[in-house]
Design a binder for this molecule. Sequence first.
Ligand code: NI
Length: 202
Amino acid sequence: MLRRFRWFAYGLIAVALLAWGGYWLGEGGMQRAGVSVPGAVSVGGPFSLTDTTGKPVTDATYRGRWMLVYFGYTFCPDVCPTELQTVSAALDKLGPDANKIVPLFITIDPERDTVATLADYVKLFDDRLIGLTGTDAQIAAAARDYRVYYAKATPKDSTNYLMDHSSFLYLMGPDGQFRALFRPGTTAAELADALRTRLQAS
Ligand code: NI
């Protein structure tokens, strides 16, 4: 994610949080890591994509386990690798409880992120990480449901374009419903603590 865009993304989420208004503040609101949002607010939803083994999957494929969802792309120079390392480290800290969580990396660059490209990429971070790609329409639908912003950045000197994209981790419960949002820069320890708390409360 480009730096100038990062502020734009923060702006977007700030507007969204304001729109959600007193709800989340009244519900205990901001926690040390992870933002609570009431069930009435729609984040996430059904998706239909292809996993890194080439198998068609939907959100229902992972029902019964927690989904930790991140949208990004394999050519990302900075933020995506950092966030995926954080996810991997947080899962390590959780120990056996990590088995209750499915970490998903959904590409917002399906043009380049084929099944094979994604499969190679996620392995660099964690064997548990599942990459998901799809058609432009499938990706657009999933991103819209998760309120993810993404757009191709105009290439200048390079033939390789970049993607601007918002960078949040979404925790979905075993019922598929949204539970928490984690800001970029959340540390592995913060993420692990927040996940442990959520898992124990369920
Ligand atoms: Ni990125």
